[in-house]
Design a protein around this ligand. Structure first.
Ligand SMILES: [Zn+2]
Length: 110
């Protein structure tokens, strides 16, 4: 294997992806579905907004509008990054959550 691979953010997951850029972080679909509903909903909402503004930028020829819309789009980009660092990564990497609790929560369906 010569190409660089990026592992799923969950240290207990073995899935890897082709690395698109240095320092890339990914989550596989299976681990994403294991996140709490509220986290998934927010994540999807930020991405939906981001793509919406991205599409609008591509459809517009007005340079001034493009500048404004880029600011809005990039704000959602920042929110995606913050949300990733604050909610998604800690869910899998948080040291104060012992292994046993995970199994217990899974068992009771939380
Ligand atoms: Zn995974």
């Amino acid at each position: 294997m010569t190409e660089a691979r990026t592992s799923c953010i969950n240290p207990r997951c073995n899935r890897t992806y082709k690395q698109e850029h240095e320092g890339q972080e990914v989550i596989c679909g299976k681990c994403f579905r294991s996140l709490p509903d509220a986290v998934r909903t927010n994540h999807r909402r930020y991405w939906r907004e981001y793509r919406k503004w991205d599409r609008r930028i591509k459809r517009t020829r007005d340079e001034l509008k493009i500048l404004h819309m880029r600011v809005i789009r990039d704000r959602f980009g920042t929110m995606i990054d913050c949300h990733w660092d604050a909610e998604i990564k800690p869910y899998f990497l948080s040291p104060e959550k012992p292994e046993g609790l995970d199994a217990f929560l899974e068992e009771v369906g939380l």
